[in-house]
Design a binder for this molecule. Sequence first.
Ligand SMILES: [Zn+2]
Ligand SMILES: [Zn+2]
Length: 297
Amino acid sequence: MRILLLGTGAALADPDRAQSSILVTLDNGRNYLFDCGEGATRQMVKANVNPADVDWVFLSHLHYDHICGLPFFVLSSWVYNRVGAPRVFGPTGTKHYVNHLFEDGAFRVDLQARAAYEVRQRNIEAVRPVVTEISPGVMYQDEHVKISVDWVDHIPHDICECFGIRLEAEGKVVAFSGDTKPCDAMVRLADNADLLIHECTFPETFLAHRAKSGVGIYAHTSPTELGKLASRANVKSLVATHFGHFESTSPVIKRAAGNHLPVDLMGPHMLEEVSTDIRKHYPGPLRLAHDLMRIDL
Ligand SMILES: [Zn+2]
Ligand SMILES: [Zn+2]
């Protein structure tokens, strides 16, 4: 299988990183999309993947940096001549989100206008996603793939369930954390995985700064914690992703982030600190994600 990290950033618009999105393509050509943040569809096309060939989307949780690319993905793959309805899996609330987007929602006017043409009517089911709201356990299984999910620890559960995932296909295992603090569920999902793709939003020095300045709650995984978790789960390789703009050189991001990030410390050198801290507890193969990183398993 091939894994493409389409987007590796977090909540801010970032000139160097699209938002969370991972595309898994099995050797039989089937595509599975995990999260669909801003930029996901454009990144697919850059990677020479037709979005109309991606029939299956999983949303780990409903933070906008994981879902705001979904309407563009669905609408543009309709115009890219998708055949049939895409399938969307996600936490409770996914139906509400999707049902407010298309023919009865935010893009109603666009759909009325474009669907007036017969050529767009022919595949109108492409804008009628089939949504499944999921619960922990085996979420999906066919003859090619088995996908299990469990609750991870990120947003308060009564606001939104957050899921981590384990994909088994072609005799390999890939686990993906979504967003989470270190948690036992993620260790179980990642148990002996060939590849763990795990969020690692802020470096330790940024966390120390955030703790001192009292900015919000912290529900992510630090590099040191990620190293421990990857070791505990005994994963065969690790990709750290969902970077919280700490390495950005963008003056716009620096100005905007000044009240919650230590702007003077920002820059590409922070990636060095991240990998050093992960390595304190995890000796195996490690990659720090960048957009369009490709991994063949
Ligand atoms: Zn996120
Ligand atoms: Zn989140």
